[in-house]
Write a protein that binds this ligand. Sequence first.
Ligand code: CMX
Length: 136
Amino acid sequence: MNVSHIEHIGIAVKNIEESICYYENTFGLKCYAVEEVKEQKVKTAFFMVGQTKIELLESTDPEGPVGKFIEKKGEGVHHIAFAVKNIEECLSEAESKGVNLIDKTPRKGAEGLEIAFLHPKSTFGVLTEICENKNK
Ligand code: CMX
């Protein structure tokens, strides 16, 4: 796999507005975008930290992935996302190495990225996303 950097770290929060204030007031970071991703049943907020983003995730539905996560584990780090080149090839490679894929083919995520998730049961407990910006 050709991983260039950590694209973002996803953090599940109950209240995105309060969490934005925390990151802005404590670290002096600036939230540059808030976007709802209907398909994922989340509202997202983004901060740039070097080349990597912090992605805050507030659930818009208790039955969505983030809603269920918070119910089970509480707020906290939800997933890590690696930026890759040729996401389709990366998925095939991961599958051929025995990693259980949540997404067999990429789907659209926040900020227009192509995204796909690897199952935490086969990634040592860390929900892992790979993503590619095909517009670059
Ligand atoms: N990190 C680690 N483990 C996780 C997890 C996470 N983020 N989310 C769920 N799990 C674990 C659960 O704790 C549970 O473990 P146990 O069986 O030991 O209790 C197991 O995975 C199954 O969890 P579940 O609550 O029964 O939920 P589902 O099986 O229905 O779904 C998952 C789990 C990972 C397949 C689902 O959450 C998913 O498809 N996630 C990918 C999509 C996503 O998270 N989108 C939100 C972000 C979108 C964005 O960044 O734009």
